[in-house]
Ligand binder design. Structure first.
Ligand code: CA
Length: 233
């Protein structure tokens, strides 16, 4: 896997240049946006595989960029860069649709390893099972694993990339419980700061709200006491 298009959104020229140099040397093809609005335009026009998004930008914030892209149905993995602890809390608010984050200062090596992990998780495991295993239905929900499309009562249900990966992992092993640790590994890999028991529970709650008829008494995405969760077909 190489040559993926990475969009760097960073207003500081020197930082952006350094990233561009480092990522190009790793075999990526790099786009650069200096502002949030440029980032939105480049994402719409160039469809990068992944976005490295600084939070502090001169026009709109990285948070706004992230939220806008997700509301437009853009599903590229987004890795947020932050300089401040209080921004981490906001990223962890989880409503933004960011897939991972790094706190400055970070090393290029760490950034590259996060990028590779996100790309692998997003695109690598799409080459999934056999044709008939790529679509499934439960209750009023239909899941098309290949097109990353979920509908409920015929209406498209917007899932964040993380919610989608969580769902995909659970439905790919029906009736088999997955521990929170296994889910963290499947969704973020071990090296992410985002994956912990609490974040798994929060994403699970969101997923139930979107897919279950009665989210407080789930029929399909059930809790396995003392273990974690499972998909009950
Ligand atoms: Ca900045």
């Amino acid at each position: 896997m190489s040559g993926e298009k990475i969009l760097i959104v960073e207003d500081e020229r020197a930082v952006a240049r350094g990233l561009e140099y480092g990522l190009t040397a790793e075999g990526f093809s790099v786009l650069w946006a200096r502002t949030g609005n440029e980032a939105l335009a480049l994402t719409r026009n160039e469809a990068p595989h992944l976005i490295v998004l600084d939070i502090r930008l001169p026009d709109i914030s990285g948070f706004d960029v992230c939220r806008t892209l997700r509301s437009e149905g853009k599903r590229q993995p987004i890795l947020m860069l932050t300089a401040r602890d209080e921004e981490v809390d906001k990223i962890l608010g989880l409503e933004l649709g960011a897939d991972d984050y790094l706190v400055k200062p970070y090393s290029l090596r760490e950034l590259v390893s996060r990028i590779r992990a996100l790309l692998r998780r997003t695109y690598g495991d799409l080459a999934m099972p056999t044709a008939d295993a790529r679509r499934l239905a439960f209750g009023a929900v239909e899941v098309d694993l290949e097109r990353m499309l979920v509908t409920r009562r015929g209406q498209i249900t917007e899932l964040t990339p993380i919610e989608f990966r969580l769902l995909r992992h659970l439905v790919s092993q029906p009736a088999r419980p997955a521990s929170r640790e296994q889910l963290i590994e499947a969704i973020w890999g071990y090296d992410s700061d985002l994956g912990n028991d609490r974040t798994v529970d929060v994403h699970m709650r969101h997923l139930r709200q979107k897919l279950e008829d009665d989210p407080s008494d789930p029929r399909w995405l059930v809790t396995v006491r003392g273990v974690g969760y499972k998909f009950e077909p």
